[in-house]
Write a protein that binds this ligand. Sequence first.
Ligand SMILES: Cc1cc2nc3c(=O)[nH]c(=O)nc-3n(C[C@H](O)[C@H](O)[C@H](O)COP(=O)(O)OP(=O)(O)OC[C@H]3O[C@@H](n4cnc5c(N)ncnc54)[C@H](O)[C@@H]3O)c2cc1C
Length: 493
Amino acid sequence: MNVADVRAGGTRRAAGAVVDAVVVGAGPNGLAAAICLARAGRSVTVLEGATTVGGGLRSAELTLPGFIHDHCSAVHPFGRISPFFRSVELAPHGLAWATPPIAIGHPLDDGSAVVVRGDVAATADGLGERDADAYRRILGPIVQDWDRLMPDLLGPLPLPRRPRQAVRLARFGWYAIPPASWLVRRFAGRRARALVAGAACHSQLALSEAVSAAAALIMLATAHVDGWPLPVGGAGRLAEALAAEFTRLGGTIETGRPVTRFDELPEHRVALFDVDPQQLLGIAGARLSAGYRRALRRFRPGPGTFKLDLALDGPIPWRASELGQAGTVHLGGTFEEIAFAEAETAAGRVPDRPFVLLAQPSLLDRTRVPGSGETVWAYSHVPNGSTADVTEPILRQVERFAPGFRDRILATTVTTPADLEAYDPNFRGGDIAGGRMDLWQLFTRPSLRVLDPYTTSDPRILICSASTPPGGGIHGMSGMLAARSAMRRLLKQ
Ligand SMILES: Cc1cc2nc3c(=O)[nH]c(=O)nc-3n(C[C@H](O)[C@H](O)[C@H](O)COP(=O)(O)OP(=O)(O)OC[C@H]3O[C@@H](n4cnc5c(N)ncnc54)[C@H](O)[C@@H]3O)c2cc1C
C-alpha cells in the first residue's frame, strides 16, 4: 500500500478517524468527485485498486523503450471544456495540451480526405457546395450555443426551466435523437455523409439506432469548439495532474487497494464508487434494496474494444497528405461501409472491414517518442467479450488509405477485450463506456433514478463512474455531479 499524500499543511488523519467521504477508484470520475468534495472542505480518502491512479487515463511504454502510448483514452474532446475541467486549474501541476491543426481526418478511396479544422465554415467549405449549407445550418447553431447546451448535455435527463433553453435543447434533440442514418439524409454527397458516419461511431451503436446522431453532433461540435486536444507527455499526465490537485486540497490517495468488500472501507460518512454496476453489486449488494440490485443486474454493457498500439519509424504515409496534421483519423470509407461494419458488431459479428478510430499523438507531441519515431493508437469495436483477433483487419484498413504503412511498423502491442477487463475491471468484456449508451441507458444509467442517478437505495452509497450520466469519456462530469449529490447527503447527516 502506498499513501500518496495527506492534507497539505493540515493534520494527518488519525488512524481510525471517520472521513467524510471515501471514493473507490481513482479514474477520472473518481478523482473529479474527490476534488469537488475536497474543494468543499470535506475530508476525502481515495482507494485505488491499481498501483497508479488514472483508470482509463494512463500512459506507459507499451511497445519499445521511449515510446509512450496511452493505454485507453488518447484524445480529449472534453478535457479542457467540460464544466468540471473548466473548474480546475491543472497547469500549475505541469499539465500542457497539444491541439492538432486538424481535429478529425477522414480519408476516402479517391485519395482525398474530409477534415474538420477550425470553425464550422472552414469545414463546410471542404464538403462540396451541395452540403456546405446543410453543415453550416446544422452545426453552426450548436457550436454557437455550445456553452449553454453543454451543461445539460453532460448530465442527467435535462429538464430546462427557461423557455429559451428548452428551445435550444429541442432544436438539438430534433437532429440528435434520431439515428445517424437519418442525419445523413440531410447531406447529398459522400464526403459529408462519411464525416457524419465516423463521428457517429463514437456512440458505439449501430448507425441505425436512435441517438447515434447525438454522438456525431457532439463530437463535431467539440472538434469545432476546442479541437480535440491531447495532453503533452501522454494522457496519464492529466490523471497525475488531477491527483496532484486533489492532494493539494488535502485529500489522501491509497493505491494498490482493490476493494472487494464493503467492510474493507475506512470509517466514512458517504462512499462514492467509481466502479461499474456489477462491481457495485459485488461490493455493496447486501446493503442495497432488492429493486436497486435488480436494476444493476439488468444494466447492459456496450460493445467491446480491440486495440493496437504501434511504434513506427516515421509518420503514417497517408495518401491524403493533410492527414499528417490530424490528431484523430476515422477509417472505414463511406457512410454505407461504416454503417455496415457497426451493424455487424451490433449483431454480434466481427466485420471484415471494421471502422477504425486512430490517433497519432506523437505527430503533435515529440516528448512521447525517441528520434523520428511515431506512436499510433488504433481500435475497433467488436462484440462484448469477443475473442476474435482483429489485428489484420485493422492494419488492412490503415494500409488501404496509407500504402506502405506496414513497412514503418517497429513493434505492435495488442489489447483484447479480456486484456482491457484485466487492466481495469470497469471495462467489462472490453466495454470502454461503462455500459451501452442507447437512448434508454443514456438517462437510466445505472437505474431509473433519472433526477439523481448518482444515488442508490442506500443514502450513504453513491456511484460516480461512467455508468452514470453522461456516460463514457474523459469529462469528469459523473464525478462532479455525484459529488454534488454526496454533499447534499453530507449536509443532511
Ligand atoms: C481503449 C480505450 C480508449 C478510450 N479512448 C477514449 C478517448 O480517446 N477519449 C475519451 O474521452 N475517452 C476514451 N475512453 C473512455 C474513458 O477512458 C472512460 O470512459 C473513462 O476512463 C471512465 O472513467 P471512470 O472514472 O468512470 O472509470 P475508470 O477510468 O474505469 O476508472 C476506474 C478506476 O477505479 C479503479 N477500480 C475499479 N474497481 C475497483 C475496485 N473494486 N477497488 C479499487 N479500485 C477500483 C480502476 O483501477 C480505475 O483506476 C477510452 C477507453 C478505453 C478503454
